[in-house]
Design a protein around this ligand. Structure first.
Ligand SMILES: NC(=O)c1ccc[n+]([C@@H]2O[C@H](COP(=O)([O-])OP(=O)(O)OC[C@H]3O[C@@H](n4cnc5c(N)ncnc54)[C@H](OP(=O)(O)O)[C@@H]3O)[C@@H](O)[C@H]2O)c1
Length: 309
């Protein structure tokens, strides 16, 4: 089978499309025939050797963290899925998604949303789970509360806006000027242009800031969190001393695979409550272009690799 692997860390040139052996599932695993895999900012960080979970000892390494496809084989002790079932999954880091077949732990996998094609389904797992765990598991966002989401037009942000709205929260989000209409259509209540407007002067205090940007954006966010509220980041640990002074809960987290959460998203998507936006698609051999596309200005939603089907 074909796979995009790295044998050393570095720029896009270290990614090679290679023939490798198709693996067999061990206990609690399924083998997924991959139809599409999404491209996430973490893929480039792993390729560059800047993601601590993947070190020299993991090389050669197949990149890619989430996929959509069909069950091709299952371990004898797995009865949840049958051969041929359409599924999607956020993979643990020992397995990469940029390949024609991938092993997944059965508890990382869920039935694919019926209303999406394979490309749309591949766009969901990592970004969706990151949004859900940040807002609810770490952020504790509840119905009727207010949230500010930084980077609302990106892969994680566009799910976060819709999950927060589905929960019954009020949502402000920072985006580029040209993305204001896009995030308004997703349900955002207040849109702030991060290049020409100052969110700290425009947004009334919120219960939660969900930070997908870090740096100065994160530092300035302290001023808009209510006492007793939270500032949760996917990128860097917020300042704990400042948080204690302001009676704010802060944290930085890494999203974890979770098949049960994926099943909830499938229901929200099939019920028409959450839209999946695919910004662009590429073939497996165009993986370097696909990763470069993530850096394009005004990318809306997700970039996906079409692998089969
Ligand atoms: N910890 C974890 O487990 C985890 C999981 C997933 C993602 N992440 C991290 O979370 C971040 C977001 O991921 P993603 O997949 O959503 O990335 P993405 O798809 O590349 O989206 C990033 C978005 O941020 C916008 N943006 C850039 N600078 C901004 C600013 N100063 N203020 C507001 N918006 C700004 C971009 O808009 P323009 O293009 O218009 O500038 C783009 O829409 C990445 O850094 C990623 O590595 C962490």
């Amino acid at each position: 089978m074909q796979a995009v692997r790295i044998h050393r860390f570095g720029g896009p040139e270290v990614m090679a499309l290679e023939e490798i052996d198709r693996p067999n599932p061990s206990a609690n695993e399924v083998l997924i025939k991959v139809f599409a895999a999404s491209v996430n900012p973490v893929d480039a960080k792993m390729r560059e050797g800047k993601y601590p979970v993947v070190t020299e000892k993991n090389l050669p390494y197949v990149l890619g963290r989430d996929v959509s496809g069909q069950i091709a084989a299952a371990a004898d002790n797995v009865s949840t899925f049958l051969i041929g079932d359409d599924v999607f999954a956020f993979l643990s880091p020992e397995h990469g998604g940029y390949e024609e077949f991938v092993l997944a732990r059965v508890d990382e996998v869920a039935a694919k949303p019926k209303s999406l094609d394979q490309v749309g389904a591949a766009a969901v797992p990592l970004a969706g789970i990151t949004a859900w765990q940040g807002l609810f598991d770490h952020g504790g966002l509840r119905q009727g509360q207010r949230v500010l989401i930084h980077g609302g037009a990106g892969g994680v942000g566009h799910f976060a806006i819709q999950f927060a709205k589905a929960k019954g929260a009020w949502v402000a989000t920072t985006v580029s000027t040209s993305d204001k209409e896009f995030v308004s259509d997703l349900g955002a209540d207040q849109m702030i242009d991060y290049k020409s407007e100052k969110f700290k002067d425009l947004v009334e205090p919120v219960n939660l800031v969900f930070d997908l940007i870090g740096g100065e954006t994160q530092h300035r966010s302290f001023s808009v969190v209510k006492s007793g509220g939270a500032l949760i980041s996917t990128l860097q640990e917020p300042d704990k001393a400042r948080a204690a002074d302001q009676n704010i809960r802060v944290g930085r987290y890494t999203a974890q695979p979770n098949g049960a959460q994926l099943q909830k998203f499938a229901d929200l998507i099939d019920d028409g409550k959450v839209k999946v936006v695919v910004a662009d698609t590429f073939e497996l051999h165009e993986v370097a272009e696909a990763q470069a596309a993530l850096k394009d200005q005004n990318l809306r939603g997700k970039v996906v690799l079409k692998i089969a089907g």
